[in-house]
Structures are given as C-alpha cells and as structure tokens.
Design a protein around this ligand. Sequence first.
Ligand SMILES: O[C@H]1[C@H](O)[C@@H](O)[C@H](O)[C@@H](O)[C@H]1O
Length: 640
Amino acid sequence: MSRKSSDNEYNLRSLSNLMGERRKKVNDDGERSLIKAPSSSSINSQGSTAAATGDLERAARKQFQQDVTPGFVYVLAIFSALGGFLFGYDTGVVSGAMLLLKKEMNLSALWQELLVSSTVGSAAVSALAGGALNGVFGRRVCILLASFIFSAGGIVLSVSPTKEILLVGRVVVGLGIGIASMTVPVYIAEAAPPQLRGQLVTINTLFITGGQFIASVIDGAFSYLPKDGWRYMLGLSVVPAVLQFLGFLFLPESPRWLIQKGKTQKARRVLSQIRGNQNIDEEYESIKSSIDEEEKEAGGGGLVIWRMLTYAPARRALIVGCGLQMFQQLSGINTVMYYSATILQMSGVKDDKMAIWLSAVTAFTNFIFTLFGVWLVEKVGRRKLTLGSLTGTSLSLLVLAIGFLLSAQHSPPVILHPTDPSTPNSTCSQYGFCDSCMLDPGCGFCYQENSSSIFASSCVPVNKASTEEAEWGRCSNATVMKEGIFWAYNYCPTPYSWTALLGLILYLMCFAPGMGPMPWTVNSEIYPLWARSTGNACSAGVNWTFNVLVSLTFLHVAQYLTYYGAFFLYSGLATVGFLFVFGCLPETKGRRLEEIESLFENQLCTCGASDSDEVSQDYGSVIHREENTGPENEIAYICL
Ligand SMILES: O[C@H]1[C@H](O)[C@@H](O)[C@H](O)[C@@H](O)[C@H]1O
C-alpha cells in the first residue's frame, strides 16, 4: 500500500473515530454536548486530508443527523406547513375564480378588486393580532384556530349565493391566512433541532408556493365547467384545512412556549416526545436558563412592543425582520403571482386559456425553485442565499423591463380613427400607438393581421360589461368578428412577447430559493422568546401590508410609469433591498435560537457576515458560540 493511501486510510479511520466519539457524547450527554472546535491552524493542517475525508464526513454527518432527528419532527413540520399550503392556495386561487365570477355574478371592477384584496387586507390585520393570541394561547391553539377559520371560510365561499357573502368568505379566509402565516414558522422553528431548523421552516414556504401551483392547476381545470366552477375552486381548500385541524388535535404545544409559561413538566414531556429517545436534560436546562436570562435583560413588565423598541438587540432584530418582509414584497413577487396571466397577455399572448395555463407554468417555477431554497438553506446559509437571490431578482426584473421597453418601442401605430355617437366622450380615438391605447383602461386595440403585418388598426372603447370585446365596431359582439380581426385589451401585438415569459421565469428562478422563503425563515429565529410572537406578528403584518400596497397599485403604477417603468422601479427596489441585507443581515445558520440574540448586540448594519461562517462550512455540523470566554473577549466556537 502506498504511503499516501495508508495516510488517507489512517485519516479516514481517525475521522470516523472522531465522529463516533461525537455521537457517543451526544448519546451520553444529550443533544448539545459542547466540544471546542479546533483552531483555524489545526483546520489548515488537516486541510490536505479534507478532500479524501469529505465523503466519509458527509456520510457520518448524515448518520449523525438521523441519530439526533427523530421522524416526529418532520410529521410536525408537515402538518404545520399545511397552513402554508392554505395561505398559497387561497391567495392563488382567486385569479382563476375571478374570471368565472365576474361573468356569473356580473362583478364590477371595484367588486373584483375588493374580492381579491379583502383577503390580503384581513390577513394583515389578523397577522398583527396573531402576536397577542400566540403569546396568550400558544402556537398550537393558534394553528387549530387558523385551520378552523380556513374550513369555515371555505364552506362560506363555496355555498355563497351573493357577492356580499363571497366578500365575507374572503375576509374570513384572510383572517386564517394571517394567523397561520405568523404562527407556523415560529412553531416549526421552536420544535426543530438547530441543524435542521432552516430547512424545516423553509418547507413552509415550499408549501405556500405548492398551494399557489395547485390553485393554478385547479383554476385551469375548473375553468372549463360551464357553471359554478368557482365554487369548487374556492371550496376545495376545506380538505387540507380539516386535515390540519384533525392532525393538530394530536400534536403538542411548542416546548419553548410551555417553558415560558412555567409549564415545565409538560415542556419536558413534549421535548422528549419531539427528540425521540435522546436525553433532553441539557437542552431543557439551557432553554430555561436562556429564557430567564433574556427576561431579566429586557426588563420585566410592560407592553412587549415597547420593550422591543427600547431594548437595542430586539429593536435591531425587528428592523431586520420587517425590512426583509418589506423588500420581499417590494421586489414585486405578487405582481408576478397575481397578474402573471395579465402580464403575459400584456406582452402579447393572445389566448385567455393559454394565459391561464402559462401562469400555471410560472407558479410551478416558483414552487420548484423554492425546493432549491430548502436544499440550500443549511448549505450556504440564510445570508448568502438571500444576497444571491436578490442579485438575480434585480437583474431579471431588468430583463422584464427591457422586454416591455422593446415592445413599447415597436408598438404598432393606430391607423384608423373611427368615432361613434354612443361614446361621445371617449378619448380612445386620439391615441397614435397601440401602447398608449393599451394603457388606458377604457380602450382596447382592434386590428387586422395577415401573415406578415398589422393593418387597419383602431383604438376603440371597451365594452364595460366585458373587457373581451369592444363597445362597438368590428371588435364588438354586435358584429361577428371576422377571420383575421383581433381585439387586444391590456396588451399590444408584439414579436417580443417571449422576453416577458423569459423574464418571468428567470425572475422566479432567482426569487424563489432566497427572497421567497428567507424572510419567513429568518423572522422565525431572530427574536428572543419573549419577543418572538410580537416580532413575527409585526413582520408578517408588514409583509401583508406591502403585499396589498404593491398588488393594488401595480396596474396604476403601470399606467403612470408604463410597464417597463414599473419593472425598472421594482428592479431598483430589489437593489436597495440587496444593500439592506448586505449591511444588516447576520448569518443565523446552525445556531441555537437562544444564541441568536447575541448577533444583534452590535450596531445595526455593521453585523455583516457571521463569525461562524468559516467554521460551519468546514465542519458543517452544529456550531455554537460561547459568550465572552477570555480576557480579550475571544470567541470560542463549539461544535458537536
Ligand atoms: O414567501 C411567499 C412566496 O414567495 C409567495 O409566492 C408569495 O406570494 C408570498 O407573498 C410570499 O410571502
């Protein structure tokens, strides 16, 4: 045997022993045995063996994770994430349902807007209220409440005889979404072991985007029903809601919440149930002493939000958490999710059904790429994932903007300028190009097309009862549209429609693994326990408020700034988001929840990358940071 291979074998054996010892220590002492990490010089001296031992280390780590992670925590995460699924389903399903509803119930534009945004608006209110509910009744009761509300809302929606009752149903469903959106990530984070926390919380966002995707498929499928298709679309959410309710009757309360409420015996029982047959003494003691410590540091009584604002680390965490949620929405995700069919039409996709199915493709892209987020979050960490995602998001928004700019520059001219006495005040006939005609909600572009060119085009008023036809003339219902005559409402025929589809797909590929899930994941872990419910309530409230703002203003912003202007704006906002994250978001990967507060002890915007980055990459296992250990405040890394 050559010297090199025998060296390697020796190293493999010693590593395997080391991992074996670590495992043994875990089994003897409980999950969080503390072992000092090697210094960086010893890391370097072992560097040459790193490649050879990489596989073994990975295998040992995997084995180790299996040892310390009983399946129960996955069951718990999946049942909780059904709340995310309902969040995604109920926000996603409405666009397809609206296409049918507006015809069957003869809804005005105002009613359509009300039915879409009432859910998001009531989610904002209930997310804020969810903070107090979580603090008083606990995570489990809040999730049970949310699934009960989802079921009730689904039933109201599916049997609704009038638009007013529909509105009530949409508000009720929103109340459920708000509570679920702030509770589920916290519950999962509090139950998960540190090395899996990011992944398990990110699964919740995977379920959100999964819900949006399933909703778009259900929309597509039921859009072929001649009547009442919307009742199935809106009502089907009852199934996962009832499933979650039943599941949670058997799932436990968060052990951290129980400790905080002084229910220590119960907390111990729950912790051992979640951790399987491991010894939980050390984890229990450490959570308990950190909670007592935190409470002392932040000062006892008073309103939690006030204590947060006056206690610097909690205040900084709140700024980071709310900022992340704000930039998530300002990057324009929901203009893309709620309006993808419209955006595709605006970019020139003619057929209605085609646009619905293409928007299912965009929802699918969002879902699949969130899966990458689940995979990457514990590998590259929250910070790098968010920064990478924001860079791509901002660039792909530029692609979208440039696509729309090209379409606008090559917008076909309006050739005919007919007028009709039935619409004397219409401004439509004044427009010289399709682009400006399309931006006026009262007008549409009517044109003739042969294989190579557009001719005999006009800009005419839209039929107020149905945007699918003109008020009068060649493109109205009155005259049967002849072969080769087209009605374009909200879009212009253009050879550049592919750039919009490309931009949308690129955008979702970049947004979904990072900016989609990370704001939820990071928020579930950055607050100390006494501030966790309130912190998550505030940041979820910010998310929903900006969601309403951005999605409600999108069509108006597009009208004032044009579509390319709107996407340039979102791209700029994503860039500002990048700077914010670069300056303010520390890495939380691998740390216990109770240690994360220390990351916010520094001045905000100087925290930058985490001290643990290097070590956590080299050792990949759980890294802990001990508080000041030496006279020079040197930081000691401790890993399992
Ligand atoms: O994280 C989610 C996800 O990215 C969804 O696709 C989006 O609709 C939500 O607004 C967002 O909070």
